[in-house]
Design a protein around this ligand. Structure first.
Ligand code: RTP
Length: 150
């Protein structure tokens, strides 16, 4: 059954450097998701280590943190039906070489170490990630579209 959810989507430093912020936001807007939080952050390695704590110990972990701390990211929360699963499918497979054309990674990336954007992999991780990146809380507003589709 479809569920109304929030997911944490982050445009990584390579997505920002390549001027893909607008294109990525447009995809989520056009799909019908509602933007409920957005900010640009140059995150510290400590903040990123916490975000990726499940990957501590992986051989690529130090390189991942260095890459993620190399420039600002765009942190966002998107809301809508099945936002977590649909957000992941819009991103495509982690390794862009395996991402289908039409997905964000499949259209814009080639290397797993520069894969443009992150999306929460479960509702539970989304809750944790939203609290980690938006400790100040996020806005609440009613979208006119909600009257039509929910
Ligand atoms: P993300 O958290 O960024 O959305 O990615 P994911 O769930 O699809 O993949 P995950 O396994 O959690 O990996 C997190 C990020 O680490 C980098 N990575 N590099 N060099 C490598 O083999 C390798 N494997 C993963 C990627 O940036 C990946 O998105």
């Amino acid at each position: 059954m479809s569920k109304f959810e929030q997911t944490y989507i982050m445009i990584k430093p390579d997505g920002v450097q390549r001027n893909l912020v607008g294109a990525i936001i447009a995809r989520f807007e056009q799909r019908g998701f509602k933007l409920v939080a957005l900010k640009m952050v140059h995150a510290t390695p400590e903040h990123l280590e916490k975000h990726y704590e499940d990957l501590k110990g992986k051989p690529f972990f130090p390189g991942l943190i260095k890459y993620m701390a190399s420039g600002p990211v765009v942190a966002m929360v998107w809301e809508g039906l099945d936002a977590v699963k649909t957000g992941r499918s819009m991103l495509g497979a982690t390794n862009p070489l395996a991402s289908a054309p039409g997905t964000i990674r499949g259209d814009y990336a080639l290397a797993v170490g520069r894969n443009i954007a992150h999306g929460s992999d479960s509702v539970e991780s989304a809750k944790k990630e939203i609290a980690h990146w938006f400790p100040e809380g996020i806005v609440q507003y009613r979208s006119l579209l909600e009257d039509v589709i929910f």
